[in-house]
Write a protein that binds this ligand. Structure first.
Ligand code: NAD
Length: 480
């Protein structure tokens, strides 16, 4: 008897949004074998042909993003994740734009290169790995899945995806737009993830998620010597320099950089560092911006900008962080308006925390929820040291009226991606590689680097010495 994952609407707990069957070990094996049997034929297609397929799917995803019939993908995404409907449409549109970008860039980025000169003839092939296992989270499930599937297919791999059990419905609906022999889906939690990553016919792992799963999956992958891309969490510092713009527009951008998706974003602004002499002005401007932008409520309710958290565990964890901050003597200020029936779902009121030391858990750990600490600093050297403290190094931001100054400051930050005068989704670019340093992971998504994660360079070499008419070389000699 199949076991089922039932997904409730996190904004209305009595509503079941849908259910999916948990894959058994035999189901995982069948999916990997099906992907394996399709991979050689797929790689035999020219890269331009593979890119054309990605382009076609991009248009289908773009159309799905605009659908309005009941149960359309953006609505399904809102109901299973609790993310406001316009954000869900935005995620689908962005995913389509990314696939278009992959289709445009892949032919040049993944083309074979050949050199034929006095040293010999050298062919550099961009070869696929084979079957890619993609293990994805729930917070931006469509884009975080297509960031793996798009480049993997363009490079000639086939893919088996394991979506998060907390968002198992929209991802397969979108993946159904790809040819079924190339992209397979298996559902489940840790056990399914392990069966997939540890499968002997999987040759590349792409993971986005938290540190615990990363460690465990990393061990399974290492047992098979399977290389992995790991996109993990962050505790991004947003550092305002003393000339930062405190206009309404800038402050609204900063507020949503922390509170979009109820703060459950890897690259959310998770610590705000403000010069002490501007602290009072900043706080007033920030609270006013939060009052204008943050409306907590049902994700399908127009005007709502912050939905519930993903699960009861997540809500408990964030409430505990805020309670701990209060116990330590921190100030807790509730933000924005509430339009939610707080008991109907996993709702947590957005809060700004202040008067905390950097070692308070709400500062030193990834909150992954709708709360953010505001911290005063005295010198830029001190701000750099505090921003760089800790094990994580995903994103960061610098806010200044002087771009040169911002870039000079950014060079001192230990972060894979530093935004200037913005943070989080408004600062992304399809061409800009994204990923962490330190314990925030390894490998990159987006950009040409993100495409090349799914290809390995294989060489064919005819040294000039042994080509017809070549000078030859003593047996066993090193080339000069
Ligand atoms: P998670 O690690 O709990 O789950 C991610 C995926 O791994 C899910 O599919 C889950 O079922 C699977 N999984 C969980 N435990 C496993 C195990 N022991 N073995 C095998 N598979 C396992 O993460 P989440 O709660 O879905 O996402 C939140 C985390 O993801 C946060 O830390 C966040 O910062 C990070 N994140 C990073 C990025 C990025 O691009 N760097 C993007 C989004 C989220």
């Amino acid at each position: 008897m199949a076991e089922w994952i039932r997904r409730e609407n996190p904004a209305r707990l009595t509503e079941e949004v849908g259910r999916v069957p948990v894959a058994s070990a035999a189901d995982v094996d069948a999916a990997v074998r099906a992907a394996e049997s399709a991979r050689r034929g797929w790689y035999a297609a020219a890269v331009s042909e593979r890119a054309d397929l990605v382009a076609e799917v991009a248009e289908a995803v773009a159309a799905a993003a605009e659908a309005t019939r009941p149960g359309h993908p953006a609505e399904l995404l809102a109901r299973e994740t609790g993310k406001p409907l316009p954000d869900c449409r935005g995620e689908l549109r962005f995913a389509a734009a990314y696939l278009r970008w992959v289709a445009e860039q892949a032919p040049a980025a993944l083309a074979d290169r050949e050199l034929d000169d006095a040293e010999g003839r050298l062919l550099l092939r961009r070869c696929p790995y084979g079957v890619v296992a993609a293990i994805t989270p729930w917070n931006a499930p469509v884009i975080l899945t297509l960031l793996k599937v798009g480049p993997a297919l363009a490079a000639g791999n086939t893919v088996v995806v394991k979506p998060s059990p907390l968002a198992p419905l929209t991802v397969p609906a979108v993946l159904a737009l790809f040819p079924p022999e190339l992209v397979h889906v298996v559902h489940g939690g840790a056990a399914t993830g392990h069966a997939l990553v540890g499968h002997p016919l999987v040759h590349r792992v792409a993971f986005t998620g938290g540190p615990q799963a990363a460690r465990e999956l990393g061990v399974s992958a290492a047992r098979r010597i399977t290389p992995a891309v790991m996109e993990l969490g962050g505790n991004d510092a947003a550092v305002l320099l003393d000339d930062a713009d405190l206009s309404d527009e800038a402050m609204e951008r900063l507020v949503l950089a922390s509170f979009a998706t109820a703060g459950q974003v890897c690259m959310a602004a998770k610590r705000l560092y403000v010069p002490r002499r501007r602290f009072g002005d900043f706080r007033v401007a920030y609270l006013a911006a939060a009052a204008r932008t943050l409306v907590l409520g049902d994700p399908l309710d127009p005007g709502v900008t912050v939905g519930p958290l993903i699960s009861a565990d997540a809500a408990r964890r964030v409430r505990a962080l805020v309670a701990d901050a209060a116990d330590r003597g921190g100030d807790v200020t509730e933000l924005g308006a509430v339009r939610a029936d707080m008991d109907a779902g996993y709702f947590v009121r957005p809060t700004l925390l202040a008067a905390l030391d950097d070692d308070a858990p709400a500062v030193s750990r990834e909150q992954f929820g709708p709360t953010v600490p505001l911290l005063a600093y005295d010198t830029e050297d001190e701000a750099v040291a505090r921003a760089n403290a800790g094990d994580l190094g995903l994103g960061a931001s610098v806010w200044s009226a002087d771009e040169e100054r911002a870039f000079a400051f950014a060079r001192r930050l230990e972060a894979g991606f530093t935004f200037v005068n913005t943070h989080n989704r408004t600062g992304m670019a399809l061409r800009a590689p994204f990923g962490g340093v330190k314990r925030s992971g390894y490998g990159r998504e987006y950009g040409v680097e993100g495409l090349l994660e799914y290809a390995q360079t294989c060489v064919v070499h005819a040294p000039a010495a042994f080509r017809p008419g070549g000078a030859g070389m003593a047996a066993g000699a090193y080339p000069a």
